[in-house]
Design a protein around this ligand. Sequence first.
Ligand code: AMP
Ligand code: MG
Length: 414
Amino acid sequence: MNTPAPAQNDATVPGLLVPAQADRLISENLSCLPIESLPLVQCAGAVLRENIYGERDQPPFDRVAMDGIALDSAAVRDGQRSFHIEAVQAAGDAPLTLSARTGCIETMTGAMLPAGCDTVIPVEDISVSAGIARLKDGALIAAWDNVHRRGTDSRQGALLLEAGTRMSPPEVAIAAGAGMARVRVSAQPMLAVLSTGNELIEPGEPVLPYQVRRSNVYGIIAALRRHGFQRVADDHVRDDREEMRARLKLHLNTHDVIILSGGVSMGRFDLVPSLLNELGVRTVFHKVAQRPGKPLWFGVAQSGPAVFALPGNPVSTQVCISRYVIPALLAAMGETQPRVRKIPLAAPITVTSKFVQFVPVRTEVDDWGRDWALPRATNTSGDFTALAGTDGFVELPAGPNTYPKGFVTRLFRW
Ligand code: AMP
Ligand code: MG
């Protein structure tokens, strides 16, 4: 496909970081979360902090792979078509031994192949009467048919899962298969999500014409939960120095990461950066050459916690949580190979500014199974209603430039 790729501008606006530089600063300033040993049932979504090795060969024995009869294929090659059923061997039974080549052993999927047998003939290919199994016409038999041979998947001692792997369902099953009852994973971070702003009113409460629903926190917590973060406190602070100082101090003492929304722009009541500095939280950066989300602030407290202060505009908040906070939390948990998703644009997008642009998209699959990103227009970074039905956003390099249909770029899912 034709995918012209204009060079990525890496320092387009003097004095302002580009997103890749912000990523680097975040990862350089994050500390790794402690290790905890968890029962396997609690490990979905966790990041492994130890390697997992094969307990035994996999499969651990020559495993019968079909319900049927086990026999010695040499007898079939010699022309024999009927076999006396000597015994039955089910999964979990200690292995039997075939006593004569004229016989067979009825056996089930998951059983160990009986000694003296080298093939399994499925029930579909035999008929049984009076204790004799007869091969149907046309049944083809070869040695090791329907036998899942020992060690052909993996060997005892082989590295199955590497530290830094995120445990999705298959990885949990693999660890169980390796005999692990508990595994060492990163502790879940203790997160505090704080909204700021006198205008914000909780859903369910009466709202006056000049007030605004406190919606960002719900979007942030939903994103955190979706990515497996469960230990989340939720708080609201008014634009009042003393109140904000007291609440921030409390949360800095009790959480690993604090995520604020609002109060980081240039207004008289945008108190967050200066208060954080007063409380010993060092500014790592403030402002990134991006749209939306330019006022993003990130800092680290002397005592350890990291603080993300996200711009309050709802689209900015939602973009910044997916673009920066979730990847940072996964990195702090020790994830070594974050999944970078890329996708072609389904329609051209013009970026007018010298800022990197994040454009909400809906992903759709065409008749050839290929994903496309359909851009969704928003009416400013306040227009979060336009995000309904979108799957995430694409990151477009700084402009001015028009990125054509087919331009392949990074996709971030909500
Ligand atoms: P700020 O960054 O505090 O200047 O806020 C920018 C805009 O986002 C203002 O219109 C706020 O009312 C709005 N806003 C801030 N926080 C929230 C929130 N938690 N939910 C919804 N809107 C918000
Ligand atoms: Mg505000």
